[in-house]
Design a protein around this ligand. Structure first.
Ligand SMILES: C[S@@+](CC[C@H](N)C(=O)[O-])C[C@H]1O[C@@H](n2cnc3c(N)ncnc32)[C@H](O)[C@@H]1O
Length: 404
């Protein structure tokens, strides 16, 4: 179609009916106005602990501004905007109250169910994820999306000088790295239960979680299966932080003092690089939310390392080789990109991967299964989440043998 034809179609759409034009234009204005502003504001209220401050009941803007050390008028306007998207609720004061009280006392807000999830202590809290979306290093990357679109290369490195995971390894970026690790942990809080309903993890004696972050998902599986053992494997600094933070407090929380199977004795935490070597000795190998961070070349290296370690595991029991045991399984847990135009959260995650990672992307089922096959795996099962709310699927695979 020529440019002229395309222009006349656009003009026809625009002039066909004034109200249709207005609706379409407002849809664009609406998206542009919300854009970063809503995301930034959610991140800011999380950082200022405004939701935590409202846990005991409604508070005036004045009170909240004092504890957060911010400007009351600016805070009020931000909370009013967030209330319009369902986060917080303004309690409408009577005219009389407004007259009697000064502005910052009359304006009072309370939590909504959505705002409760931004409190730090709520079960399933997403506060850490909100903090992640406010990080300067990430925002510098997203603001340079045009660089990524022009070059196909991630703008995280362009804006921050290092690939994202290398950046998090630097001592001076420890705070960002902790926020990233905690955000991944908080994502797990939301979908750990639906995943254990979708796939039977109890079939394994020992599970190795490759790139398992702080280990919340693995510890959830171990908690469900008291006789199971686990190995958490991630970069050395992540494992160190996991030992110091999440793992230490989780042990006490889940098991208490008297529990027979302490998490400590059932789970090893190992630091290393999955592009070099992966520990062996498990019968279930999980890779969750990791492949989307890497290009096909890197995924191939990771999967081949996995295959090597799985073959070693199947011929070795507790250090004694030549004793055969059932073939270990690889369990890939990823968001599978659907075909077509339907709205799907993963299409936004995919752009984040484009901007933040070295060639990372969400893949279609065909792309994922082809990658696995090309690395020497046979696919046993692809399990899709039964509802539209969950988005992680499970691909179960085994090393291809000469006979299969
Ligand atoms: C997106 S996070 C997913 C974490 C966890 N599996 C989850 O689902 O919450 C990717 C993880 O891969 C880890 N990772 C990145 N590069 C790695 C490497 N070369 N070796 C081991 N782990 C690595 C990161 O530290 C991070 O914990």
């Amino acid at each position: 179609m020529s440019n002229r034809d395309q222009n006349s179609i656009c003009n026809k759409y625009a002039h066909n009916s004034v109200s249709q034009f207005q609706n379409s234009a407002f849809k664009i204005f609406d998206i542009l106005a919300r854009g970063q502003i809503v995301a930034q504001s959610i991140s800011i209220v999380a950082k200022l602990r405004i939701p935590d401050n409202l846990r005991d009941g409604p508070k005036s803007v004045g009170e909240m501004a004092v504890s957060a050390k911010v400007n009351p008028d600016a805070l009020y306007r931000m909370l009013r905007m967030l209330a319009s998207v369902g986060i917080f609720r303004e309690i409408v004061s009577s005219r009389e109250e407004k007259k009697q009280n000064e502005y910052s006392k009359a304006r009072r807000f309370q939590l909504t169910p959505t705002a409760c999830l931004l409190c730090s202590q709520t079960e399933n809290s997403v506060r850490d994820f909100a903090l992640l979306s406010g990080l300067d290093s990430l925002n510098k990357a997203t603001i340079n999306l045009l660089h990524t679109i022009k070059t196909g290369k991630n703008s995280f490195k362009y804006a921050n000088g290092l690939e994202m995971f290398d950046y998090f390894q630097r001592k001076k970026n420890r705070t960002d790295a902790e926020i990233f690790d905690n955000a991944m942990t908080s994502l797990n809080l939301s979908y750990k239960s639906s995943l254990v309903r979708l796939y039977d993890f109890s079939q394994f004696k020992t599970i190795l979680d490759i790139g398992g972050g702080q280990g919340l998902f693995l510890s959830h599986i171990l908690k469900e299966n008291p006789n199971q053992h686990g190995i958490l494997f991630d970069l050395p600094k992540v494992i160190q932080r996991a030992k110091e933070n999440y793992w230490a407090s989780n042990k006490k929380r889940i098991y208490g003092k008297s529990h027979h199977h302490s998490l400590n004795s059932r789970c090893k935490l190992i630091g290393g690089d999955f592009f070099k070597d992966i520990p062996y000795g498990a019968d279930g190998y999980i890779i969750k939310n990791v492949l989307l961070n890497w290009d096909d070349e890197s995924v191939t290296v990771l999967l081949r390392n996995c295959l090597r370690t799985m073959k070693r595991s199947s011929s070795t029991v507790h250090g004694r080789s030549n004793l055969k045991r059932p073939s270990p399984k690889l369990v890939i847990i990823e968001t599978i990109m659907p075909e077509g135009n339907a709205p799907f959260l993963g299409k936004f995650t995919d752009i984040l991967m484009l901007v933040l990672t070295r060639g990372g992307r969400l893949r279609t089922e065909i792309q994922l299964t082809e990658l696995l096959k090309s690395c020497g795996f046979n696919i046993l099962n692809v399990l899709r989440p039964p509802d539209k709310v969950s988005f992680l699927s499970v691909i179960e695979a085994v090393p291809r043998t000469r006979r299969s």
